[in-house]
Unconditional design. Structure first.
Length: 223
């Protein structure tokens, strides 16, 4: 094996890597925020007594969870122009990822809401709590505590899934690695650096989420 590793060849492309990290984080945070809103509507629709509404939400969830993310992104980016809707790569990425993650977030939120027994709400009202106090103290906190780990994991999975949108031409982290590879012909170095970057980002967010969980839920429970 005569391959000479030259990681210093990537130094001139530090700006591209930083821009890729920035866009990856922007895509992840924006998509997660939209997906939580979508997921809340999906969760409420699935729990609705209206069979049509509940059935539509269930169909959406099953359709998204049982088809590839890449296909969904291609439908948004390449399929919609066929009916006159043209989107740039970034917008298509946000919409496609939000639709995908919204289905998973909907199921997570539904599980959290349904984890609160009606008797707990009734007990809160019996103690003289108002509807708002009951929601905040009896429903919201335990529900968020129950689903927080799943939502944190979903965020990390979404961060990694943003690499797929490079197929649309969005300039996120993986796309920048491909760009650097095409300029330097140092494939191993480029993708090894990006792999390490993803690893640092995901481990950093996991540590941050664990800290938030301890501060918000564990310490409050002990108080």
């Amino acid at each position: 094996m005569n391959y000479n590793f030259r990681f210093n060849a990537l130094a001139p492309y530090t700006g591209e890597i930083l821009r890729g990290i920035g866009l990856t984080l922007q895509l992840t945070c924006l998509t997660m925020a939209i997906a939580l809103v979508v997921g809340l509507f999906v969760a409420l629709a699935r729990m609705s007594d209206n069979r049509l509404l509940s059935g539509a939400a269930a169909t959406y969830v099953e359709a998204i969870r049982n088809t590839p993310l890449l296909v969904q992104l291609f439908i948004v980016f390449f399929g919609l122009p066929s009916i006159g809707i043209r989107l740039d790569a970034y917008t298509a990425a946000v919409i496609g990822l939000s639709i995908n993650v919204g289905a998973y977030a909907g199921e997570i939120l539904r599980a959290g809401i349904q984890s609160i027994r009606p008797s707990q709400v009734e007990a809160g009202r019996a103690l003289g709590m108002t509807a708002g106090q009951t929601f905040r103290s009896v429903v919201l906190f335990p529900a968020v505590k129950a689903i927080y780990p799943a939502l944190a994991s979903q965020f990390v999975l979404l961060l990694l899934a943003t690499s797929v949108v490079s197929s649309l031409g969005a300039g996120e982290l993986f796309h920048q690695a491909a760009f650097i590879d095409s300029r330097t012909y140092r494939s191993f170095e480029a993708y090894a650096l990006i792999t390490l970057t993803y690893l640092i980002l995901t481990l950093g967010f996991r540590a941050l989420f664990a800290l938030v969980y301890w501060l918000v839920f564990v310490r409050r429970s002990r108080a």
